[in-house]
Write a protein that binds this ligand. Structure first.
Ligand code: SAH
Ligand code: SF4
Ligand code: F3S
Length: 505
């Protein structure tokens, strides 16, 4: 059941009509009840995306700019939107003033992500005043939130277009409407079960590529907005994924990252027995040096996958395994469906099968009513696992999620202090881990010049560690051997080994 809304709003905005009200009555807000009903509908895969005839040239002599605020999934969507816009004749620019279309591809995961976007919308008001023909669009996860759309409708008339994460393939038509109608165009489908296969793409770079293997999330961790903004879990067919990876290999890509909010649930929606382990087992036979995947949910990480990953080769020994918390009661309140002990048991199995594995994680501090003792269990778990690094966050209530309704007695000052204490442990462990590499030779995939120093090249190890070293620019895009000389908290410095060509496996 999808819900399409088109609200028109006059561009000088203070019109008599109350469009926001109209919007409220027809827009279906993210609803846990509705969302829980998912899972039974059929997923349709479409291979028939086409740019409609009447819009084919609307971008001729015009430029576009897309700003991306979110995770890799958002980056991936940006690549698709760039592909669509270039198919319409638009050219990319990085300069606001040159752009005829600016799209803000937003993220709703925490409040500060949203604040940044509202700051930017405000900032672009002046540009829009100077250049009224500029099309300003808001898309991505924030546009799936009722409160955000209402706020834009009411307070930000400079926005011409709002569309949701399930409406990306409709961009040509929506853009045309925005261009010709001079009214605010809003199209947000709140629930979607389909997969559109043949959308165009403009990939960022030609060394590492992202390949989506599934969309959406059905996990409903109680703090998280993603299941509402991204819809239900739906897996792409193995043959479509394998073909895309092969194509990247043919084009000389050295690394592929398989993407999904919860890649371990891959295949659960098929009516045949096929999971991430099966997929990885097929992809490892493709001639591409490195295969990664993100993000893993510990709950669905099965033995078959561990067995396949242990085969190594192009399957790299890095696993991002978000734990979120170290205390079982909080994990239960978070709806993570595993205990501290079960998580540690999974880590034990992974380490036994892949002894040199690099583990990284995500952690939330300051979940409602988290006690000092419970927080300390996060610190002790962190040390016990011995992660190489972590993304750490202060819990941010998200409207419409169950956790946002929980009473919370932890003051913000305490949450901030806990974050600092956690980060101190994260930094200390990261440095310790990096010191183990000093004197070792590691395989580095060279990504480019270092941002800080043009004479230095930068790349990643198989374990996803950043390495800096000096060498000719011709090495960019290649795999080389580097001997590590110095360990820092977040980076390793090294020297190119004389025999630097590494044969891909
Ligand atoms: N699908 C991934 C995570 C996507 S969001 C997974 O399940 O691991 C990335 C991270 O943001 C999460 O792992 C979590 O640590 C954090 N996060 C999500 N919602 C949050 C919230 N409301 N407040 C703070 N951090 C949050
Ligand atoms: Fe959010 Fe949990 Fe889904 Fe990850 S698994 S996207 S944290 S609901
Ligand atoms: Fe943000 Fe949406 Fe990704 S909320 S983290 S951009 S899935």
């Amino acid at each position: 059941m999808t819900n399409k809304v088109s609200a028109n709003n006059s561009s000088d905005l203070k019109s008599e009509k109350d469009y926001a009200k109209y919007f409220e009555t027809t827009y279906q807000p993210p609803s846990l009840r509705d969302a829980r009903r998912r899972g039974k509908e059929e997923v349709n895969v479409h291979y028939d995306f086409e740019i409609p005839e009447d819009v084919k040239n609307i971008g001729a002599d015009r430029k576009y700019l897309i700003r991306t605020y979110g995770c890799q999934m958002n980056e991936h969507d940006t690549e698709v939107m760039a592909g669509i816009l270039e198919n319409l004749g638009y050219e990319a620019t990085t300069v606001d003033e040159e752009a005829d279309v600016i799209l803000l591809n937003t993220c709703a995961i925490r409040e500060n992500a949203e604040n940044k976007v509202f700051g930017e919308i405000g900032h672009l008001k002046a540009l829009k005043r100077e250049k009224p023909e500029l099309i300003l669009g808001v898309c991505g996860c924030m546009s799936q939130e009722e409160s955000v759309v209402n706020r834009i409708l009411q307070k930000h008339p400079q926005v011409d277009l709002i569309f949701g994460t399930h409406n990306i393939h409709r961009l040509p038509t929506l853009l045309k409407e925005a261009l010709f109608s001079k009214e605010m165009v809003v199209e947000v489908w709140s629930k979607e079960g389909d997969i559109i296969e043949n959308l165009p793409r403009v990939r960022k770079g030609n060394i590492s590529g992202w390949v989506n293997i599934m969309y959406g999330c059905d996990k409903f961790c109680t703090y998280c907005i993603v299941p509402y903004t991204r819809g239900k879990e739906r897996s792409r067919l193995p043959e479509d994924i394998i073909e895309e990876v092969r194509q990247l290999a043919r084009h000389g890509y050295q690394e592929v990252t398989l993407l999904g909010q919860n890649v371990n649930a891959y295949g659960k929606d098929f009516d045949f027995e096929y999971g991430l382990g099966h997929l990885m087992d097929e992809i490892r036979k493709i001639g591409i040096p490195r295969i990664r995947f993100t993000t893993s949910h510990p709950r669905d990480f099965d033995d078959h996958l561990i067995e396949v990953l242990a085969k190594g080769g192009n399957l790299v020994e890095h696993i991002h395994l978000p734990v979120q918390h170290g205390n079982s009661d909080i994990l239960k309140l978070m709806g993570r469906a595993y205990t501290r002990e079960q998580y540690l048991e999974l880590v034990r199995k992974i380490k036994a099968a892949i002894p040199n594995v690099v583990l990284t994680t995500d952690i939330i501090v300051g979940f409602p009513n988290e006690t000092e003792e419970q927080f300390e269990e996060t610190l002790s778990l962190y040390r016990e696992v011995g992660y190489d690094s972590a993304y750490t966050f202060i819990y941010s209530p998200r409207e419409g999620t169950p956790a946002a309704r929980m009473k919370d007695d932890v003051p913000m000052s305490v949450k901030k202090e806990r974050l600092q204490r956690l980060n101190a442990v994260v930094n200390e462990t990261a440095l310790e881990k990096n010191r183990n590499y000093v004197g070792e030779v590691v395989e580095v995939l060279v990504q480019g010049e270092s941002k800080k120093n043009k004479d230095v090249l930068t790349g990643y190890t198989r374990g996803n560690k950043v390495v800096h070293f000096q060498g000719p620019k011709s090495l960019i895009g290649q795999l080389v051997n580097v001997r590590i000389t110095t360990a820092k908290t977040w980076t390793l410095d090294g020297e190119l080994e004389e025999m630097y060509e590494v044969k891909s496996s």
